[in-house]
Design a protein around this ligand. Sequence first.
Ligand SMILES: *Cc1c(COP(=O)(O)O)cnc(C)c1O
Length: 377
Amino acid sequence: MIPGPTPVPETVLKAMGRHPIGHRSGEFQAVVERTTAQLRWLHQTNSDVLVITGSGTAAMEAGIINTLSRGDRVICGDNGKFGERWVKVAHAYGLEVTVIKAEWGKPLDPDAFRNALEADTDKQIRAVILTHSETSTGVINDLETISRHVKAHGTALTIADCVTSLGATNVPMDTWNLDVVASGSQKGYMMPPGLSFVAMSERAWNAYERSDLPKFYLDLGPYRKTAAKNSNPFTPAVNLYFALDAALEMMQEEGLEAIFARHARHRDAAQSAMKAIGLALFAAEGHGSPAITAVAPTGIDAELLRKTVKDRFDILLAGGQDHLKGKVFRVGHLGFVCDRDVLTAVAAIEAVLISLDAHNGRMGAGVSAASSILSKS
Ligand SMILES: *Cc1c(COP(=O)(O)O)cnc(C)c1O
């Protein structure tokens, strides 16, 4: 129950367990053709969705270096660990960064973006870079509204880290006018780590033409050119492509609406269970991510709780990052997660709280609260 790597269905594991085939073979081209179409479906876009062998960070870095130039002005949203990371990447490439911050646990304020964009009357801002679902704090940012403000600016691009939102909640790339959408296989895709995905709008490709940041392996031009012929510029992770094919087929069978509903239900169940046993949620009310619930218990070391849940029940929860270590634990409910997983995690947390003499409610209150949400479906 961590927010990545997430559980992998047996169908997907089996699909991977084949001998690799030639990446220039017709058989492999058929896999690329199929997955390309499925990826467009998942992103709700007609634009290119390119596949990179690398982790989610590679996709985000690719999005930034393929659309921007040295000295470009950008706005980065920062309300957690991943927001911080994109500020670092932007600095590493010599961009001029304005950071819009929110306290960890709070969502980014769309008005702060609107104000900064409206003040930019000579259109110097080239991009707004932000994280949709901030995994470190369990907060979902209002990407739809922020992207609308970017669109109103006229020339800036929206570059979005959708690593823990894509495949968990609605991210309609075209409808929301997103220019770059980055994601990674070990999150909502129900796959092992190793592939990342970067979707590029037509506006992003126009920006690509004038982008002068150095790039070679992550130069998306060759990816686009070869994708049009159902191929890749370099040797792709062939077996992960088999996994991708199987995972996307499972997702299509379930359907986007059902996938989003399941994640929302698990978020609601986890939130309501934690509240029922007297544990405070870390994300501001109404801004919890459908992928992950961060919990800030008082009077108990979150690391001790996490460790005991692992030792006694073999359920792995995520810890707090940086200054949140020991203060926060996080329950991932992203990807291949079912109602039973959420219920057993809640029950395990309750049992451990009892054993540590730290249960603030009635034993079973969490399970009961979660059950009543889950039974509504
Ligand atoms: C996991 C994650 C990433 C990608 O991290 P990698 O380790 O590079 O795959 C990026 N953003 C968010 C919000 C994430 O949760």
